[in-house]
Design a binder for this molecule. Structure first.
Ligand code: NAP
Length: 285
């Protein structure tokens, strides 16, 4: 057993329902490491609180931190360097120390892609590479970065076309199609192989909501990936499965992004089975 102790945690606000402490406690145990994972709820206006916490990483008192809403961008000016991935996405979800420097990384992109590929492999699908992404916020940036780097052609649909346009323009080496929710046509959809929801629509407690307009019937070959993971089966996923489609929520992405961050901090790649089990789910490696 490694003799050092790993002090890990999550910055965000609010943090009441976070699954991360359970996932990282399971990772520590599975890797035979000592340590803890704490929640650090820091109000968006508490700039000094954020600075003080990051100084505890700089001093080595805290080994590493995850970052969630609303601090994924706020932390950037307080760090010394960003990895190329975090730089390209413009958001940080993992902070670690390298020598004297505080580094910001984004494991959402790799976490999403890894889980998407596992699902597509398990479903034994040989699918094309046309994706429709709903929503244009922080998670959409990570998902689109991952898809573009994996050779997908991406169309982005958002309720605010200007937000979608800004996101598309930030990926200068790639050409994204942009559309607004209003210009969605049922006849547009059957050409997509993958539909990804990156909006919070359908998240608990609003579990009867779906981000898809009701008049749209998905093509039988479209795979549905909903980043929302609470509830375990969102309305979008339930409706897709009822129509015979392959569909998943974002729990696998949550586990993958956590495992990748954990490996950065500790050097141990935790077995996924234990991480799923820690949140009462059953998917294995
Ligand atoms: P965000 O930055 O606030 O972006 C949310 C996006 O959804 C924005 O484009 C927003 O548009 C749009 N949106 C919100 N409500 C909408 C509605 N009623 N109809 C249409 N569009 C709507 O949030 P985020 O960080 O991207 O997170 C989005 C979701 O992904 C959350 O549910 C989060 O829990 C989930 N997530 C999951 C994982 C995972 O590991 N599975 C990782 C990251 C995020 P406006 O700007 O116009 O409001």
């Amino acid at each position: 057993m490694n003799s050092s102790s790993f002090h890990l945690g999550l910055i965000g606000y609010p943090l009441g329902h976070s699954l991360s402490p359970k996932i990282h406690a399971a990772a520590l145990k599975a890797c035979g490491l000592r340590g803890d994972y704490s929640l650090f709820p820091i109000h968006p206006d508490d700039k000094q609180g954020l600075k003080d916490l990051l100084n505890r990483v700089r001093s080595g008192e805290i080994t590493g931190l995850n970052v969630t809403i609303p601090h994924k961008q706020n932390v950037i000016p307080l760090l010394d360097e960003l990895t190329p991935t975090a730089q390209a996405i413009g958001a940080v979800n993992t902070i670690y120390r390298h020598g004297e420097k505080l580094i910001g990384e984004n494991t959402d992109a790799a976490g999403f892609l890894s889980d998407l590929k596992k699902n597509i492999g398990n479903w034994k699908l040989g699918i094309g590479k046309l994706a429709l992404v709903l929503g244009a916020g922080g998670a959409a940036r990570a998902v689109i970065y991952a898809l573009l780097h994996d050779g997908w052609q991406v169309t982005l649909a958002a309720r605010r076309i200007e937000q979608a346009g800004q996101l598309a323009n930030s990926f200068t080496n790639y050409k994204l199609q942009v559309t607004s929710y209003e210009t969605f046509q049922p006849s547009n959809l059957p050409t997509f192989n993958l539909l990804i929801n990156t909006t919070p629509v359908g998240m608990s407690p609003n579990i009867e909501a779906s981000p898809l307009p009701e008049n749209i019937v998905l093509n039988k070959n479209t795979v549905v990936y909903d980043l929302v993971y609470n509830p375990r089966e969102t309305k979008l996923v339930k409706d897709a499965r009822a129509n015979g489609l392959q569909a998943t929520t974002g729990l696998g992405m949550l586990i993958e992004q956590a495992a990748l961050a954990f490996e950065i901090w500790t050097g141990c790649n935790p077995p996924r089975y234990f991480l799923f089990e820690s949140v009462g789910a059953t998917r294995s490696d």
